[in-house]
Design a protein around this ligand. Sequence first.
Ligand code: CDP
Length: 591
Amino acid sequence: ERLLPAPADLPDVALNPNAAVVLAKRYYRKGASGEQLEDARDMFWRVASAIAAEETKYEASTWKHEDLAREFYDLMTGWRFLPNSPTLMNAGTDLGQLSACFVLPVGDSIEEIFDAVKHAAMIHKSGGGTGFSFSRLRPKESRVGSTGGVASGPISFLRIFNTATEQIKQGGTRRGANMGILRIDHPDIMDFIRAKERDGEFNNFNLSVALTEAFMQAVENDEDYPLIAPHSGLEKGRLKAREVFELLVRKAWESGDPGIVFIDRINRDNPTPDQGEIESTNPCGEQPLLPYEACNLGSVNLSAFFIPGHENDPNPADKGVDWKALKRVIHLGVRFLDNVIDASRFPLERITERVHQNRKIGLGVMGWADLLFQLRIAYDSPEALHLGERMMAFVRDEGRAASKQLAKERGPFPAYPASTFAERDLGPYRNATVTTIAPTGTLSILAGCSSGIEPLFALSFARHVMDGERLVEVNPHFEAAARAEGCHSPRLMETVASKGSIHGMDHLPEAMRRVFVTAMDIEPVWHLKMQAAFQQYTDNAVSKTVNLPNNATIEDIRNIYWMAYEEGCKGVTVYRDGCKSVQVLCTGDGE
Ligand code: CDP
């Protein structure tokens, strides 16, 4: 009844070659001996009909199951909207766990620590990623009451989580991803900042330091600040804020790790503070969650809403973007994600309860850099920032309108009366949060668009997808522009493939060089400004890497960190080219 048979006239799916590889390898359902049980049409119909089925239990709904399933099918197979990977993999299957993001509490006892290890394993097995704060663990060498021994401290327990993760494949397909967070005022903070110094250590973790407002002020005023033992509340020493901040900056310069999150700012936007504090985010940092909370994400492909022919208008986005169609997709996307909450089966009862109480969803965008290419707007321009703000304000406003509509049909999220929305008399909404900008690492491959709000890494590049597999691709908008400008040649495409960028290729038209910029051509501050522009209109957070060239200085990173603080970002991740041995994305050089 949940999975309708596919209608005979259901259109086939046009897959790009990369999508075909990724889907076959990781997404299609497989039989006991590894044989493929479905193709793209089967898969998207399975997802569409399972998610649309949830609609039928709401009396106020005006949708028929099959009609909505067809809408969802068109949405996905037209590459206009995709839900996060676990939804694609597991909707309508026995596993049925559909969320990408979880946060688990780690309490200060052996029982609680190993409960968290176990629960993380269960979540990884179901395809989700986990975030933890280790801030509640007593520091190393503090006394342990029951034995008279001494505690091992957060870093040593972190190693256990890392090892456990190593052994479990997420949803049977990918190794688990984790976020580990420690507060800046934890006595073991210096060890934590240095934890990834040795190559390969904590390889299943992203680490972030939770910076407090008090700490940032101490940096600003060049003061020291107290380290507090979480179990006793006692001060365990003081550090000079600027020295710690400098170490953070230097580590980020050396290896990109750890990142930083502004934890007080995250809590200022916590819609349900009566349920406790937010201590951690999901693995990639875009989704702050309460302990035992989970969230499912979905992303709209902005480049699918481009209308050709207005590239030379003074404001190309006015008529060059199909705002009406975008609005419709946002509304359907919110309905889809709210249905996903009902369809998902979580590995722990406490997670189910929390999720159903707050009903957080994270609608975001991808294909942003592609849309800018299509509109002939340079990523590193005030115009692009302005359009970014307009775009995300539109997604947030329409997303909230859709959530309001769902509240009318289905009731507000149960924790609404005690939420900050009720307090501010905004609402009622169906979802405690509506918007999140995810990295869209695999979704963007499926949709054949640029990821999240990132600029293109290269106009042509090789992608290491998994197990050393390598896919080469030229950005289609660049290729089309080169043809239109009459400068397309196999030789040009080859040069671009080895360099990644057309920076400095003076024989190409100036306007083309201005628009077709890559992550490496862009001054780092523009990365940050773009993140801040989107963050302003995002309920949760924005996944963004500020890419820096290899010759970027420590000073550059300090400026980026400080700017992230001043511009209202919730965190920041930097990556200096070439500073780690393994990169997920590579330009042709040195391959
Ligand atoms: O594109 P896809 O839906 O596969 O994922 P993404 O947008 O790159 O990542 C979104 C979130 O999925 C991450 O922040 C993690 O919470 C989770 N994730 C994970 O658990 N394991 C991975 N290998 C990748 C993503």
